[in-house]
Design a protein around this ligand. Structure first.
Ligand code: SF4
Length: 411
């Protein structure tokens, strides 16, 4: 059983903090891209055996998937259904940005099988949205949210962000309160990270070292305030009945994001589209990030019926065919050591933690033989706790999670 990720790399304009693979595109390019996506889905479907063709979740991510027409999304959904068996009640999510989608389109998306929407609010304060370079204002979010509800979406995530230039405890409290008042099933709350190569990195420095006396450029919250914002997230969302089930994700009971849980629990997934990653049968694939290369390679591979999965590729390996090499920038066999490390990093992001028996079943080694002594040290430092078969971060461990994760590196 797989999860399927579909990357839509198009955006109206680049946000100031964004380092995702996204750009603006003409209608003609979008149309070519959708045709290539459908071909890529067919290629995977052809390579995979019948019994492994069950799809558990689908996630349209981006970029801004809501910039495609409902007809294009419908075509992708039909191609998925033709090539795979999508299980009953599969979670089918789509990311959408306020101001890029209207009520009638939302209705047809619902009809084509999308049953979960993830809406990027980020902030309820217009000056903060402007600082981020978002294309919408708060009013635009309210409209999109209510149209989504009217269209029948009863499983909605709202993305919010802390650490935005100009943000204060008071303005962030307003964002959290508005998000809670909208009563979505799920809230993702991330802190702003200044990524290399973004407008914010130019403005504030990738290490946040540039400060301004110029009042036209809003300052980033200082470290103490960032800490306070972080704690406020947990306090307000908990009081409103949202369970924190992952470091940055909160949900009403029964509404955890099933697709992301597949990533966090080491499950198998296929990623289609520009720059998308896949992980199955022990291999990790990374698609090319160059749009023309992607479009041309899909066409080349489809025309010649070349496999895209490495383990059925053997007979083509030494031939002149470009095969997976063209489409995939990298194909890596994940060694056991790397798989165990990843299992720990990702699994510990979840509040329920990891199961020691699950570890043994997955890797054939007793957890304690691999991580027993490091776990004991982390327990004595108050960063990890053991509860029966489960190992999880303590509240203190959550606060310094990255420094805990590196302790699970094996050399
Ligand atoms: S909408 Fe999302 S993907 Fe697009 S530029 Fe903004 S942050 Fe990046």
């Amino acid at each position: 059983m797989f999860s399927l990720y579909i990357h839509i790399p198009f955006c109206v304009k680049k946000c100031n903090y964004c380092d995702f693979l996204s750009f603006s595109a003409s209608d003609e390019l979008k149309e070519r891209y959708v045709a290539a996506l459908c071909d890529e889905i067919r290629l995977y479907s052809k390579d995979l055996s019948k019994d492994s063709k069950e799809i558990y979740t689908v996630f349209f991510g981006g970029g801004t998937p809501s910039l495609l027409t409902s007809g294009q999304i419908n075509r992708i959904m039909e191609t998925i259904h033709e090539g795979f068996r999508v299980i009953d009640k599969a979670e089918v999510s789509m990311e959408c940005n306020p101001g890029t989608i209207k009520g009638d389109i939302l209705r047809s998306l619902r009809e084509s099988g999308i049953n979960r929407l993830s809406i990027g609010l980020q902030s309820a304060i217009d000056s903060e949205l402007k600082a981020l370079g978002r294309i919408h204002d708060y009013e635009g979010f309210v409209r999109t949210y209510s149209e989504a509800r009217d269209a029948g979406f009863d499983n909605i995530n709202i993305d919010i962000m802390s650490g935005i230039p100009g943000q204060t405890l008071k303005t962030y409290e307003k964002t959290l309160t508005e998000a809670v008042n909208a009563n979505p099933q799920h809230i993702s709350a991330y802190s702003l990270i200044i990524e290399e190569g973004t407008k914010f990195a130019d403005l504030y420095g990738a290490d946040r070292s540039v400060s301004y006396t110029n009042s036209a450029i809003l300052p980033l919250p200082n470290e103490d305030d960032e800490r306070r914002l972080y704690y406020m997230t947990g306090d307000i969302l908990k009081a409103a009945g949202y369970d924190r089930y992952e470091i940055s994700n909160y949900a009403r009971p029964g509404y955890e994001c099933r697709h992301n849980n597949v990533y966090w629990t080491g499950g198998e997934y296929i990623g289609v589209g520009l720059g998308a990653s896949s992980y199955f049968r022990g291999y990790r694939y990374k698609n090319t990030s160059v749009i023309n290369e992607y479009l041309e390679d899909i066409e080349y591979i489809s025309d010649r019926d070349i496999p895209v999965c490495y383990d059925v590729f053997d007979e083509y390996k030494d031939s002149d065919y470009k095969g997976y090499c063209g489409l995939h920038d990298e194909v890596t066999f994940i060694e056991e050591k790397d798989a165990m490390e990843e299992y720990m990093f990702l699994g510990l992001r979840r509040m329920q933690g990891i199961s020691m028996e699950g570890f043994r079943l997955k890797f054939g080694h007793f957890y304690n033989d691999i991580y027993g002594s490091e776990t004991d040290r982390l327990i004595s430092e108050g960063l990890i706790e053991k509860d029966g078969d489960m190992i999880r971060l303590t509240p203190k461990g959550i606060d310094v999670s990255n420094s805990v994760f590196v302790r699970f590196l094996l050399d």
